[in-house]
Design a protein around this ligand. Structure first.
Ligand SMILES: *Cc1c(COP(=O)(O)O)cnc(C)c1O
Length: 480
């Protein structure tokens, strides 16, 4: 007897020969039903993968006999097929307190943008077709006039994102030449976007001037040489240099540059198209101010404070924009018709700034009254406390949120929400982790944040309470 003693005695475990062939599995009535619903290709591939993993477990002697019944196998196959067909991109509920959250897709689109996007994608459109002349059109034309009206620019062009806008601007103005930038503005934003590397990738030579905390006009002046092409300003969107600090504003820089026959470009990062101070929010610089100060080019994102789709917007003088448009990289960075439709509808909302607070979800969330946020937390409290059970205490609390996406890093937004704390100090960390995991495992995952041994759910971005409320029974099941 050379088989391990256990598998002889333990009849509760299956052996590989207990597994059916793929063919037999798919010929079972529930198997043929699956095949007729989804087709043979997908179902057979999943059946093969399922049987392979079960065979391995059977060989290891760890496969319970109950799992090889036809009912169980079909159940497992069904689950695998459904999981394979389920989308990887999912809607989530953002209770992090950060309104424009890069990892959660940044700005959410206005209904007008969604509707225009869906309508334009459902059929052919005039993306590059001039309806007046019947000739070839330019996709920039769809938003250029809007952008010029809103920012006061002479011309505008668009690319995939602001990173592309910056690279393209640098390549068009300064390939093989020098760009002067302050040491206080050598920004790194999340991922691989670091100003020195961006300059190098565009083929421009970066010339740093000044110090981390102080840069003066004379520093730029002294660095200008025969190879200089551009003076560059970068908005320090995700950090602030405070205290003994000095920087040169665009107006002074533009006078210097233009006197020497050079150009000035500003990368604004977020760039809000309206003054947020109007709603009592911290101020973010506006592209229109930078243009009025004399900048030749201003670049900013479409999906940060602007509240639209991912996009890189480039506004500036007629000559500067023409030069950027002519560059071959423009074609490589050109924006797709999908975000373009959403961008057009979003920009159109800015023609009615008085209504923006209602019409633009990003602004609506940023300006949501504290009382409304508190009310939302209070209404959720009883059912949530019920769902998480006696191992946790749930309380409403005051919180500090953020605008996010590198906008206004030092400012926080007064907000409110719920804090969930484990009753027992021992194992509190693990309890919180499993709670967080259960929230993420819901059909519509709920994303909060852990701080000081509590799970915090900031209610600022929770406008549809039923979306969370209806999932609380499922949460209770996951936790039990
Ligand atoms: C966000 C940001 C970028 C990059 O913009 P994307 O639209 O994410 O590509 C570039 N520069 C600054 C200063 C930024 O804040």
């Amino acid at each position: 007897m050379d088989r391990p003693a256990q598998s002889v005695v333990d009849g509760s475990k299956a052996s590989p020969k207990d597994l059916p062939s793929i063919d037999r599995l798919l010929r079972a009535p529930a198997g043929t039903a699956l095949v007729s619903e989804h087709g043979h290709t997908l179902v057979a591939a999943e059946a093969r993968a399922l049987l392979e993993t079960l065979r391995e477990r059977a060989l290891a002697g760890t496969l319970p006999i109950a799992e090889v019944s036809v009912d169980s196998l079909i159940g497992q196959l069904h689950a695998r097929v459904s999981a394979r067909l389920a989308p990887r991109m999912r809607r989530v509920i953002n209770l992090t307190g950060t309104v424009i959250h890069t990892n959660l897709g940044r700005a959410i689109l206005a209904p007008e943008a969604l509707a225009h996007l869906a309508a334009m994608m459902a059929g052919p459109n005039n993306l590059e077709y001039d309806l007046a002349s019947g000739g070839r059109g330019d996709r920039d034309a769809i938003v250029e006039e809007l952008l010029c009206t809103i920012t006061g620019a002479q011309a505008a062009t668009i690319v995939n994102n602001n990173a592309a806008a910056v690279v393209l601007t640098l390549a068009a103005f300064a390939r093989g030449r020098e760009v002067i930038v302050s040491r206080g503005e050598l920004v790194e934003i999340g991922g691989a976007f670091r100003m020195p590397d961006v300059m190098a990738s565009a083929g421009a030579k970066m010339v740093e001037v000044g110090t981390t905390n102080r840069t003066h006009l004379r520093d730029y002046e002294a660095a200008i040489g025969p190879r200089t092409a551009l003076l560059m300003k970068v908005h320090t969107s995700n950090y602030a240099i405070q205290g003994f600090s000095a920087s040169v504003d665009e107006r002074e820089l533009a006078s210097l540059a233009h006197a020497r026959g050079l150009s000035v470009a500003t990368d604004l990062g977020s760039g809000s198209l309206v003054d947020l101070a109007r709603w009592g929010l911290p101020r973010e610089p506006l592209p229109q101010e930078k243009l009025a100060a004399g900048c030749d080019v201003v670049t900013f994102s479409g999906d940060k404070l602007l509240g639209g789709p991912q996009a890189g917007l480039i506004v500036g003088s007629r000559e500067a924009i023409a030069r950027i448009r002519r560059h071959p990289m423009k074609r490589a960075f050109r924006m797709s018709k999908l975000p373009l439709a959403a961008l057009e509808a979003t920009l159109r909302l800015y023609l009615r700034p008085e209504r923006l607070e209602q019409d633009l979800p990003t602004l609506r969330l940023l300006t949501r009254p504290l009382d409304a946020i508190r009310g939302c937390a209070e209404r959720l409290l009883p059912a949530l406390a019920d769902a998480v059970g006696p191992r946790f205490t749930v309380r409403t609390c005051e919180l500090l949120g953020q605008i996010g996406s590198g906008s206004l890093p030092v400012e926080s937004l007064r907000s409110a929400g719920l804090s969930i704390a484990p009753v027992q100090k021992r194992g509190a960390g693990r309890a919180l982790e499993s709670l967080e995991q259960a929230l993420r495992a819901l059909d519509r995952p709920v994303i909060g944040r852990i701080a000081e041994q509590q799970l915090l759910l900031d209610c600022r971005c929770l406008e549809d309470e039923t979306e969370l409320g209806s999932q609380l029974p499922a949460l209770a099941r996951l936790l039990s």
